[in-house]
Design a binder for this molecule. Sequence first.
Ligand code: HEC
Ligand SMILES: [Cu+2]
Length: 408
Amino acid sequence: MGSDRRHTSRRRLLTSLLLGALAVSLVVAPGAFADALTPESGGSPNADSIDTLYKIVLAVAAVIFVGVEGALIYSLVKFRARKGRVAAQIHGNTNLEIGWTVGAAVILVILATVTFIKLDSIKNPIDSRPGGLNTASGAQFASVDQPTPPKGKALNIDVNGQQYLWRFTYPDKDTNAQNNPYSYEEMVVPINTTVTLDIRSQDVAHSWWIPKLGGKFDAIPGYTNKTWFQARKLGIYRGQCAELCGRGHANMFASVRVVTVPQYQAWIVAQTERITAANKAAAADRDKYAVPAPTASQPSTGTSTTPAPSTTTPAAPNTDAGKAVFASAGCGACHTLKAAGSTAKIGPDLDQALSGKDAAFINTSIVNPNAEIAPGFTKGVMPPNFGQTLSKTQLKDLVDFLVAATKK
Ligand code: HEC
Ligand SMILES: [Cu+2]
């Protein structure tokens, strides 16, 4: 008896502790409470439609729940076991069975109809409202390939999920997608403007979700998902990657900042300037630390939109041309030179032999190879007539290239 009572009181304590912990965690995480029962709304018409549809279904389900549970509880109480009572044995009631089959079917048909009616306003973008960004003209608002607003124009933003942040790429005035303004983590959009989103992923599956601005959309590598929203109030709308995508998933925040149209336009200009300045600084750094030189003058890849660094120093030798001469004159057939990617061993390894040598020395060794024979090599192997077969410019480019490639 005594141990039984102890057990019960311990269980009671445990239960109240658990309930207390639950209450505390709900209070300190008010986000989890947001619109506790129904989806969030008020940010964009598609989110409002989702909310309305949800509430209709919830109401129908609530009526059914109360009806079924009510009948159940009523029967439990009314027909509960009593001394001397004998249970009635009922088998099959055709009317009842037809009733609940038809009833259930009718309810499903109603829900399906309501859903299809609402689906249109959830899925298909509407036109921008007056006061929104003018998307009527300009190549940048070319319609996207999936649902478009009736007039076919919207502000199309590319949403790219990456472990563990979102990258947003905005349209600009030309058709080159490489130089568009972009931002990370915070998307900036103009008010009253229909924004269509191309949702992609760089690596693993993520999920784009700003609850107040509509439903969740998976960001899947190799596939583009489309959705849209139209914010009608200024402010910041927050969300979070909604698909466990790795260690940093919990920190993969997303937010949409809704600003006025002039603010948006000014932001795009300022953001473009910031990106250009950052690219310039990066190019300058690359220039500063780049050894050997040829890598610095390679055509810049997607990350940089600034001109190739070599053009910033006007007097810089044209090492690309020199490299081409090295290849066409067949120097690589006999010499090893890292910068040219050659590994032949008939003549001296130029990376070593020319390390720190000046232009005059290199020039002489090419034009008059027999004047001085590199130790361990024989006279007369290297063609003696490069001074005649190469033009003055070719020779100069070649020497400049070798000086740069073997600079200490
Ligand atoms: C057929 C093979 C061959 C070809 C082709 C050739 N070289 Fe050579 N090169 C040699 C040999 C062997 C030596 C070492 C003997 C000497 O110094 O003359 C040499 C020496 C040199 C040296 C002097 C190195 C030192 O340590 O002093 C330079 C510089 C050089 N070559 C550059 C070139 C360039 C530039 C070309 C192309 C325009 C070229 N060579 C084409 C075989 C070749
Ligand atoms: Cu993610």
